[in-house]
Design a protein around this ligand. Structure first.
Ligand code: CFM
Length: 572
């Protein structure tokens, strides 16, 4: 069997020994991946002195020097200061685009002006694969009520009803969801009342529900995730009790959205191991999968930020335990599979999982060995969303690359410091905007999948339930952790530390590349992917080797910057 070992010599120096199939050992370059306190001071001085005093004071709490042993308290999930260019999106984006967007057989109607619908149309690379050619797939459509001035003045409810009638007549979908944009909240249209009315009018089995996910509801898309989680639980989960599929190991994967085909790769891996994936929330999903999700015996949470609420609600209502997993990186994919084996405790499954890992790791190891020759010792920075800035550090570690600085756009303190801090997080006015739903035991269907003793025994054996340790414990001592990075801070980071690769999104991409540093989009994967699972790791190794080790970045000077004129000839 192939084995990869990491030996941490000092907390701020990651030294890894990597042994390949033949037993040759590579010493991964010892990189001092810490930014010294002086460096941090320099960075902070540079950026903070440009801000007005009050702003500087606020940003100061969001820029920290990491300590993995005792993560410092970070300021997160607070309003971005007006005037600062943020990476964040809006609440509507988090609800309509992120959580509900990847489900192919719900008609998602944007109630609002056309711009919100148009700009949220197919911009996220959540892929889907209908099982047959005739299966419903509405993902390529853009449904919007296209509100006009008169609707803002006189109300838009009638127009919304008309849009629902039209959508039903054209497509006869099983479900229609309505997503509120900012003006809808401002003028007071009641999308929930319209949903109830139209459900009655159309009749039959149709499921129609609305989301109060106006863009301004929260400080970022994170509020939209929470609103979407509540809606999933109230309107979809638990409506179909039939046990589908004949495999006995029944699991759900929460917070996996099939960007660039990630869910396809994970579906492949689970199937190979003989694990029955009941539902993915929400990559490559359908209504039926959501409705049936409560028949699974284990919930695995991949993106904690966007979906931890569903995991908690399902545990309370149905007795399904949840664990945090990170199937980004080959080693952590193997770790996830081993956790599933341990949870079900069936030797046949455990053996099968080991067989699959050994089989998959042959190609992974070969690809890694090839990339490592070039990537070893290089540096990265990651500023993405609310989970990837953490998970993708696994893949960089596997490439011998160290993360100098990382942070989320909209993570909460628990995503940085771990769930242990949740009781100490202050609820502010912005969080109070989100409906809190009270979930209780479903008397008829509550069925604890494991007894208290079984859970305790598994915990004693190293399984952690309901836990997430966050980004900081995994990052080196002295690395920079920055929440809600501003554009200006990003430019300063690049100027001062010149990483070999910067990970962010399309808004940052070309500004960073003009500074001579390659940018890997970790939202969309730049048309690449999948990056999850085993095959995903191979794709990532190849892509990073290609972009971070290219010499083209040295050629950033335009010819006229060093020469007085440029001569050219026409070719006939
Ligand atoms: Fe979760 Fe996501 Fe992310 Fe996210 Fe997103 Fe995304 Fe992301 Mo873009 S759900 S928090 S709101 S892992 S769309 S698939 S890449 S910012 S890090």
């Amino acid at each position: 069997m192939l084995w990869i070992r990491y030996v941490y010599v000092q907390p701020n120096r990651a030294t890894a020994l990597w042994t390949n199939e033949k037993g040759d050992t590579t010493m991964i370059k010892e990189v001092n991946n810490s930014v010294s306190v002086d460096d941090l001071k320099k960075f902070k001085d540079e950026v903070l002195h440009k801000y007005p005093k009050k702003v500087a004071k606020k940003r100061d709490k969001a820029i920290l020097l990491n300590d993995p042993e005792t993560p410092p308290q970070i300021q997160a999930n607070v309003r971005t200061i007006p005037g600062i260019i943020t990476q964040r999106g809006c609440t509507y984006a988090g609800c309509k685009g992120v959580v509900l967007g990847p489900t192919r057989d719900i008609i998602n109607i944007t109630h609002g002006p056309i711009g919100c619908g148009f700009y949220s149309w197919l911009t996220r690379r959540n892929q889907t694969k209908p099982e047959t050619e005739t299966d419903e797939n509405f993902m390529m459509y853009c449904f919007s009520t296209d509100m006009q001035d008169s609707n803002i003045v006189f109300g838009g409810e009638e127009k919304l009803k008309q849009a629902i009638r039209e959508a039903y007549e054209l497509f006869h979908p099983k479900a229609i969801a309505i997503f509120s944009t900012c003006p809808v909240g401002l003028i007071g249209d009641d999308v929930h009342r319209v949903a109830r009315h139209m459900k009655e009018e159309i009749g039959g089995d149709i499921n129609i529900f609305g989301f109060s996910c106006e863009g301004y509801r929260g400080v970022s898309q994170s509020a939209g995730h929470h609103i979407a989680n509540n809606g999933l639980f109230k309107n979809l989960i638990g409506r179909d009790d039939e046990k589908r599929g004949d495999l006995k190991y029944r699991v759900n994967l929460l917070g996996e959205y099939n960007i660039g085909g990630d869910a396809f790769e994970l579906e492949r891996v689970f199937e190979k191991c003989g694990i029955n994936l009941i539902a993915t929330f929400s990559g490559n999903s359908t209504i039926q999968k959501f409705e049936n999700a409560h028949t699974a015996d284990l919930n695995m949470v991949m993106c904690h930020r966007s979906i931890n609420y569903v995991a908690e609600m399902m545990e309370t209502a149905f007795g399904i335990p949840w664990i945090k997993v990170q199937p980004i990186g080959a080693d952590s994919t193997a770790k996830m599979l081993r956790k599933i084996g341990q949870y079900f405790g069936d030797q046949e499954l455990i053996d099968k999982i080991e067989e699959v890992i050994a089989d998959e790791m042959v190609a992974v190891t070969a690809a890694r060995e090839k990339a490592l020759k070039k990537t070893n010792g290089k540096t990265a920075m990651l500023f993405v969303g609310g989970s990837r800035a953490h998970h993708y550090q696994n893949l960089f570690e596997e490439l011998g690359m160290s993360t100098l600085s990382a942070g989320y756009e909209f993570g909460h303190r628990d995503d940085y410091e771990g769930r242990v801090v949740i009781p100490t997080i202050q609820i502010d006015a912005d969080s109070r905007n989100i409906e809190e739903i009270t979930v209780t035991k479903d008397e008829a269907r509550y069925n604890p999948r494991k007894t208290e003793e079984e859970l305790k025994a598994l915990e004693a054996d190293g399984m952690e339930f309901n836990g997430y340790e966050g980004l900081m414990p995994q990052m080196a001592k002295g690395s920079l952790v920055i929440d809600d990075l501003s554009h200006y801070e990003m430019e300063k980071l690049i100027e001062l530390y010149k990483p070999d690769v910067f990970c962010a999104g399309i808004k940052e991409k070309f500004c960073v590349q003009k500074m001579g540093v390659p940018l890997k989009q970790l939202h969309s994967y730049d048309y690449g992917g999948p990056y999850a699972g085993f095959k995903g790791a191979i794709n990532f190794y190849e892509d990073i080797e290609m972009i971070a080790c290219s010499t083209i970045w040295k050629e950033m000077k335009a010819p006229w910057e060093s020469e007085t004129y440029v001569e050219a000839q026409y070719a006939y």
